[in-house]
Write a protein that binds this ligand. Structure first.
Ligand code: HEM
Length: 116
């Protein structure tokens, strides 16, 4: 079970890479209001949700304590990210504050995951 959990943590990290990496590819044009949601961001956010929920289940099955408050906060922040990237996925030019919010929320979730 430990190997399975570690493997899904790896997939979870790949999801963050896609979400944050996709955001970073757009940072240069973000200031000009020309950033767009790239597919990697939507796929990364979905990967975070699926692997995160599975990780909670695997940890419960393994009788490992899960910090439910921390998970609930991460889930709430990710739901906002998911709604934004899903609804705006076909818009070719997003205002910088809106696009920047996705990056800030992603970084917030990374800090919550690592520092809480
Ligand atoms: C953008 C959103 C998210 C980010 C950036 C993120 C980040 C991370 C990181 C860096 C880790 C490894 C460090 C650690 O073990 O705490 C982790 C682990 C984990 N995450 Fe997430 N996460 C996100 C969303 C979620 C969601 C939505 C859930 C559940 C619904 C979730 C559940 C978990 C669980 C259960 C672990 C493993 C904890 C353990 O085995 O000790 N994550 N996450």
């Amino acid at each position: 079970m430990e190997a399975l959990i570690n493997f899904f943590v790896a997939l979870h990290i790949i999801g963050i890479g896609a979400l944050l990496g996709g955001f970073m590819t757009q940072m240069k044009v973000m200031g000009a209001g020309e950033a767009r949601i790239v597919p990697a961001m939507l796929h990364g956010a979905l990967t975070m949700l699926v692997t995160g929920v599975l990780l909670v289940g695997f940890n419960e099955m393994d009788d490992q304590a899960v910090n439910n408050v921390k998970i609930a906060v991460k889930l709430a922040v990710l739901v906002v990210i998911l709604v934004l990237v899903y609804v705006k996925r076909d818009e070719e030019k997003l205002p910088a504050p809106l696009f920047g919010t996705v990056g800030l929320l992603t970084i917030a979730n990374i800090l919550i995951a690592t520092m809480w």
